[in-house]
Design a protein around this ligand. Structure first.
Ligand code: UDP
Ligand code: MG
Length: 328
């Protein structure tokens, strides 16, 4: 079924921001101009989450909200909660019928908005950007290339290759996301899991203006682990598989050794061999415990059910706190 923007519709653009003072002005004005340039039949809003920045980004964002009080809303978190939590805050504070998610470092090109909205009008509920090129260093590119392929092979849902957060979601999809208490949010995975009709459009990913990612290498590893452990049980299965691979031949070997001793009275060579075998099994056990620990940790975090983020204050357009003094 085709979708249509009416005069009472709303388009939201969301971005998490952490210490981006050098680019905020360029970013907000570029996105604002792109939205104005679309000549939409309806209003639009920008929901920007300041994820505990301490470089003056917060003040710059507030100045933008003061300049465009009808269109810009800033969610200030109480501290740096990390990219997935900041993204959750944006999503939960957006009110649009159409919601576009992007990064706040100008790597995602607002020129893609038009294509996103066109595809949505054709009836798609999710339109995601497929990164045709990444102007990042070769190691990072290789990391992402491997990561997306490995995840796709392991995951229980079909996740599009080379698709990150940048994309558009229909209100129905956003409502489903808001109902999910799962943490941390891995948007490309959950978006694919929700379903409806989805389509990818090719978008060129620009270089980071300062070439210094705010997500550190450990953060990237954590992100990759979150994606894999939230959407796949292959690591657990792989452990069982390795276990069986080791247990079957070693079991046969033990039977053979016993038979050999009983029938011919011969014994196997020195205890060093035994030590190697014991160490090997110890390794397999530790690996298994480690993998189970990863799943356990996730269960623990869900059970603890802490909020994903704490909002300090909301500034600008419709500055109400969700669930407190207004609808979400
Ligand atoms: N970001 C955030 N909180 C963090 C780290 C990053 O809100 O703790 C924001 C950051 O300002 C940017 C987006 O998340 O707008 C993506 O971060 P980054 O560009 O560093 O990630 P990369 O593009 O390298 O994956
Ligand atoms: Mg970036």
């Amino acid at each position: 079924m085709n979708h249509e923007l009416k005069s009472n519709s709303l388009v939201s653009v969301l971005a998490p921001i952490y210490n981006e003072v050098g680019v905020i002005d360029a970013f907000v004005s570029e996105v604002h101009e792109a939205l104005a340039g679309l000549a939409l039949p309806c209003p639009f809003e920008m929901v920007l989450c300041d994820d505990g920045s301490h470089d003056g980004s917060a003040e710059k964002l507030d100045a933008w909200a003061a300049r465009h009080p009808d269109q810009i809303r800033i969610i200030h978190l109480a501290r740096n909660f990390g990219h997935p939590a900041a993204l959750s805050a944006c999503i939960e504070h957006a009110r649009g019928d159409v919601v576009i998610v992007m990064d706040g470092d100008m790597q995602d090109d607002p020129a893609a908005f038009r294509g996103f909205i066109e595809k949505w009008s054709e009836g798609y509920e999710v339109v995601y950007a497929i990164r045709t090129s990444r102007e990042e260093n070769a190691v990072l590119r290789l990391f992402f290339w491997l990561f997306y392929r490995m995840l796709n092979w392991m995951a229980r849902v079909d996740m599009p290759l080379d698709a990150g957060n940048f994309g558009l979601m229909d209100r129905r999809v956003v409502d489903c996301l808001c109902r999910m208490t799962e943490r941390p949010l891995y948007l490309p995975g959950l978006r694919a899991w929700i379903g409806f009709s989805q389509v990818g459009v090719s978008v060129r990913r620009r270089a980071r203006y300062d070439r210094r990612s705010r997500v550190r290498l450990m953060g990237l590893v954590q992100l990759a682990m979150n994606a894999i452990f939230s959407f796949s049980s292959v690591p657990l299965f792989a452990f069982r598989f390795v276990g069986m691979l080791v247990i079957v031949p070693s079991g046969l070997l033990v039977v053979f050794a016993v038979m050999r001793k009983l029938l011919w009275g011969a014994v196997f060579s020195p205890s060093a061999n035994l030590l190697v075998i014991v160490l090997f099994f110890l390794g397999v056990n530790l690996l298994g415990i480690g993998i189970m620990g990863e799943y356990l940790l996730r269960i623990y975090e869900e059970v603890r059910a802490r909020p994903k983020y704490i909002v300090d204050r909301v500034v600008g357009n419709d500055a109400r706190m969700p669930g407190k003094d207004g609808p979400q």
